[in-house]
Ligand binder design. Sequence first.
Ligand code: FA5
Ligand code: MG
Length: 378
Amino acid sequence: MVVPWCPSDDSSLQSYVVRDDPTNNVPDTIFSKLGMQLHRRNQHPIGILKNAIYEYFDTNFSSKFDKFDDLCPLVSVKQNFDDVLVPTDHVSRSYNDTYYVDSQTVLRCHTSAHQAELLREGHSHFLVTGDVYRRDSIDSTHYPVFHQMEGFRVFSPDEWDASGLDATAFAAEDLKKCLEGLARHLFGAVEMRWIDTYFPFTNPSFELEIYFKEKWLEVLGCCGVTEQEILRRNGRLDNVAWAFGLGLERLAMVLFDIPDIRLFWSTDERFISQFRSGQLGVKFKPLSKYPPCYKDMSFWINEAFTENNLCELIRGVAGDLVEEVSLIDNFTNKKGMTSHCYRIAYRSMERSLTDEEINDLQWNVREQVQSKLNVVLR
Ligand code: FA5
Ligand code: MG
């Protein structure tokens, strides 16, 4: 599929996507989220957070950051992976981790997918916010659709020459100052620490942790100094750059005290009405907490079995009524057969579920696990 142009509102984006390719692995639950653009709603916690980060960049930097929040979430495999140097055998490229519309087109799994095109268009300071998509596990901090903000800044030789540092050290230092300032803008005076990490597109790579309510949290930034190869390929041979990618839900959960990532998709007035445009200080008052219901399910797995497939199947049946799926037992018998036992937690954030409703969901999950994943229930 060629993606020459992308309509931004939901209805036309959905009707634009052709899903009849045999390699397509986008289920209806995900497809229906395309074009929702929570990050463009100024009253929504994700939109409020985006605007607060914009404000930090608008008031603290003399060079203006170009802002993009409407780039098409359908991108080519080249944009999503090749352009940011993801190795050809990297797991993130698999059908188990990424949603493919066809063999050459994916739902972007990170906003880094736009770095190369924006560099080629001549941008040197930019922020890209958007919905991103990943096949993943199910718990309170993982959802298959979430939002990221990418930041990117290019420097020219006169900027680091004047500092007396080499280009990489200069960019790393500037990046750290920038994200530490952002953390203070969002959280006030907090203790912070830098952790070394790895990304294919940055070197060195870091993560900033903040100490908040007596815990170290990894909420602020995966980042690093951009690999020279990316700059070279996109016409910036003599430059150095930094980049960061923020997961907006995880950050908003901490800032607003939101306990479960599913809430961002809630249309319940009791959730929505608690947030106001421009107000970062609001603490979410939980709706009364309804009891969870746990159901266990054991089966003999086969070679094709993956936990992401199981989680997607369960979301397909139970939607946002599933809170968590966890592997609680795992053993291999003398014949070499492996059994997994999963515990599924069902809970609505909005109401009590009836026994009958939960039994129906669980019965459907059991049915589909057998028929679609071809495993043998025990
Ligand atoms: C990336 O996506 C990199 N592109 C970030 C980056 C950009 C690094 C530029 C360097 C330079 P990662 O896969 O770690 O990195 O995801 C970034 C953030 O997305 C995580 O820290 C987390 O906050 C969020 N995230 C990842 N998976 C999920 C999920 N299933 N649900 C909600 N948030 C998620
Ligand atoms: Mg992950």
